[in-house]
Every structure is written in C-alpha cells, then in structure tokens.
Design a binder for this molecule. Structure first.
Ligand SMILES: [Zn+2]
Length: 90
C-alpha cells in the first residue's frame, strides 16, 4: 500500500502564523506559491500540477495547508472507490 501518511506528514496541520513561516528543514523563508502533488496508489497514480502551498525558497520543500490536504484526501478517497472496478492486483 503506497503510503499517503508519508506525504501528508509534510502537511502543515496547524498554522500559528499563516502570513509567515520558515522551513523545518533549512529554516529558509517560505512563501505562498504552488507545488505539484503526486501520490502512487494501488493501480493508479495521481498528479496535481499546481496545488496552493508554502514553498521554501532555499530548498524547495513544499507544505500544504489543511484545506488543501483535506481536498486532496477527498479526491483520493473518491478515486479509490471509483477505480476499484477498473484496477486489480496483478
Ligand atoms: Zn527549506
């Protein structure tokens, strides 16, 4: 099972100061921007090209806010259900 928990570990769940934040990896300044999101599921791959995110200008790390994480999770949930008939284990 591809691990969406790893991906969502990058998500910012609580934004103490949503107008400014620093990267937890390099402490670089982060700016509101867009970042690609991709996930490998059983039998399909989902790529979203330009998800609103905080992006570190030093190392490029991207963090998604709760609103975007929730939206992505509901897309994945729907796709899991809708692809169940179409993709099967080899
Ligand atoms: Zn960084």
């Amino acid at each position: 099972m591809p691990d969406e928990r790893v991906l969502f570990a990058h998500a910012v769940r609580q934004m103490a100061r949503p107008d400014k934040m620093n990267c937890i990896h390099c402490h670089g300044e982060m700016k509101r921007s867009k970042a690609p999101f991709h996930v490998d599921r059983n039998g399909y791959h989902l790529v979203l090209d330009t998800v609103p995110a905080w992006v570190c200008h030093q190392c490029g790390e991207a963090y998604f806010e709760e609103r975007e994480v929730d939206a992505i999770q509901s897309v994945i949930k729907g796709l899991d259900q809708q692809t169940r008939q179409l993709v099967t284990d080899p």
